[in-house]
Design a protein around this ligand. Structure first.
Ligand SMILES: [Zn+2]
Length: 133
């Protein structure tokens, strides 16, 4: 997959960062569906919905690699329970509560949104590179 590089006022575009996030999540889970072990038709799922929090949208910890079949059941309570046992759901909830607003996070870290986007791209590229060897 070719990831398009796109610049915008606040730095790297969300679409570009999400494609990198998606690839890094698959690497992190060794290109296997975390629920059934399939290695084809893989997708990256946001455990806490991506639109609910700016930080969790681009957190590797908030991602899990699922096959298309398992992904289509990701909102079912049984699947959610299984997923939540495989990740640090307390950490995700803490982030969600602590950083309700994007600016709270950026202020705490003392960085601009442009810098944040750039840091995230580097983090994901590093994970992808380490996986690819
Ligand atoms: Zn699966």
């Amino acid at each position: 997959m070719v990831i398009k590089y796109k610049k915008r006022k606040n730095g790297l575009s969300t679409n570009y960062l999400i494609s990198l996030w998606s690839k890094a999540v698959k690497c992190h889970w060794n290109y296997r569906c975390a629920l059934c072990g399939r290695t084809d038709s893989l997708e990256s799922h946001h455990i806490i919905k991506r639109n609910s929090n700016f930080i969790l949208k681009l957190s590797i910890e908030n991602g899990i690699c699922l096959c298309g079949g398992c992904h289509s059941t990701a909102d079912f309570i049984e699947t959610r329970n299984k997923i939540e046992k495989m990740v640090d759901i307390n950490y995700l909830t803490m982030i969600q509560c602590e950083y309700k607003l994007k600016k709270d996070y950026l202020l705490k870290k003392g960085i601009t949104e442009k810098e944040y986007r750039s840091l995230k791209a580097n983090e994901f590229k590093k994970i992808i590179k380490e996986y690819s060897g």
